[in-house]
Design a protein around this ligand. Structure first.
Ligand code: PLP
Length: 448
């Protein structure tokens, strides 16, 4: 229990932060979060802050679930670590795999584990290329992804991602990964109806396949709803067309469910929300509600069969199928099911929050308030009618995020979009509070 100033000084001296502006952070002092319960964080100065982001879109079950801590403690005492390399297994890996096969749609019956979403997407690159190699098509190795998509921070995953700011730091994308445009109608619709725009953006995939040659393409990867890019909800025409193109051109479809999975859309997966049938699904985050680091790839049976028949897959992480993480994930899924958390999101919480969220579009600074399930974005603009951008992109978003935090609400900013993705267990009263704090913070921004 060190005083806040001392913690900040030590932090500044020794801790390199992910995705943080160090100079700004030192000027205002890093926020020190010390505990959490439900949807509420507490900082080292005793302030309570409503976590509108569920951490990093991951604490789906909410904070403070001691059942998860108990399961972790029991598993640590019994078998704190073992791996599933070299033809071994252990009960938590078996039980979690069987459970995931049950809740994943259709014939997605096999799971390869990783320690995170980034690692899982690295696995997916290798799986997709190895699959085609085994089928006698080693030249089918290019992966098509989307601009402004996010798939993680390792070299392969950040290359799949379409974040220009990340690519600029360290020579990405790596070879054989290319990007098409995102289906962001509000900002890029260019006078088309959402339906026309959805088709046009999906057909960019076909154009890219035609340009590079179908015999060079291994897979297309995308988030059902782009999260970190700013909650980009595709028009209804988008996914059916993408599915047609992947099937007709014989390329694998990888749905990155790291954010959309485990209830965020009011269904188990974004794949269920859009009625997709991907060959591989990336999972992480909500799989354990962030209580343990774990990710994985859920693979269609027929694809997994090719890999398995091909002999040893020379790939794996020390923490693939970590027993404590697997046991915690299983308990998290048990609670989601037993307490009907996802059903409640679909039938009650999401409709309630969506209606309140939509009312924020009346604010003079908000051009659009969109939401699917419990993930939403506000497009901030200086001029609603023209959907103009602010002169310095991201500055108003950053200021709004800081203002929200000072008022007791975590919202994230992506440029000048404000994002929420609260724990799935948020109550109606807490939704009301979230909306109140968002209005207040936007109003204060206008006043400046
Ligand atoms: N995929 C998506 C869609 C994500 O949003 C993220 C993280 O935000 C990742 C992958 C990477 O996951 P991790 O940070 O666990 O490596």
């Amino acid at each position: 229990h060190m005083p806040t100033d001392e913690l900040r000084a030590l932090d500044a001296a020794h801790h390199i932060h992910p995705f943080s502006d160090t100079a700004q952070m030192r000027a205002r002092g890093a926020r020190v979060i010390t505990q959490a319960e439900g949807v509420w964080l507490t900082d080292s100065e005793g302030n309570r802050i409503l976590d509108g982001m569920a951490g990093l879109w991951c604490v789906n079950i909410g904070y403070g679930r001691t059942e998860l801590a108990d399961v972790a403690a029991r598993q640590m005492a019994q078998l704190p670590y073992y791996n599933t390399f070299f033809m071994t297994t252990h009960p938590p890996a078996v039980a979690l795999s069987a459970k995931l096969a049950q809740i994943a749609p259709g014939d997605k019956n096999r799971v390869f584990y990783a320690g995170s979403g980034s690692e899982a997407n690295e696995t997916n690159i290798r799986l997709a290329r190895h699959y085609w190699h085994l089928l006698g098509h080693p030249e089918k190795k290019t992966i098509i992804a989307r601009k402004n998509g996010y798939h993680g921070s390792t070299m392969g995953a950040a290359s799949l991602g379409g974040m220009a700011g990340m690519h600029a730091q360290g020579g990405m994308p790596i070879p054989d990964i290319v990007h098409i445009d995102q289906p962001h109608w509000w900002a890029e619709g260019g006078g088309m109806s959402p339906e026309e725009f959805g088709l046009a953006r999906a057909r960019q995939l076909e154009e890219m396949i035609d340009q590079l040659g179908e015999d060079k393409i291994a897979a297309f990867i995308a988030e059902p709803i782009q999260g970190a890019g700013g909650v980009i909800i595709p028009p209804e025409t988008y996914w059916p067309e993408i599915t047609r193109i992947c099937r007709e051109h014989h390329i694998l479809l990888i749905a990155d469910e790291v954010i959309c999975g485990f209830g965020r859309t009011g269904h188990w997966f974004g794949t269920d929300y859009y009625d997709l049938d991907p060959d591989i699904m990336t999972i992480a985050k909500g799989l354990s509600s962030g209580y343990q680091p774990i990710g994985g790839s859920i693979v269609r049976e027929s694809v997994a069969q090719v890999i398995e028949d091909g002999g040893e897959f020379n790939h794996g992480y020390t923490y693939s199928s970590h027993p404590v993480a697997a046991a915690v994930a299983l308990e998290n899924i048990r609670i989601l099911e037993e307490e009907k958390v996802i059903d409640r999101v679909r039938s009650e919480t999401a409709p309630y929050l969506q209606q309140k969220w939509a009312s924020l579009a009346d604010h003079p600074m908000v051009g659009e308030a969109r939401m699917a399930g419990l993930m939403g974005a506000l497009e901030l603009t200086p001029e609603k009618a023209s959907r103009a951008k602010f002169a310095e992109e991201g500055a108003v978003g950053l200021m709004t995020r800081e203002r929200c935090f000072a008022n007791g609400l975590v919202m994230r900013h992506v440029g000048d979009k404000m994002i929420i993705s609260p724990p799935l267990v948020i109550s109606k009263e807490e939704v009301d509070r979230l909306i109140e704090l968002a209005w207040q913070s936007l109003d204060e921004g206008m006043a400046d």
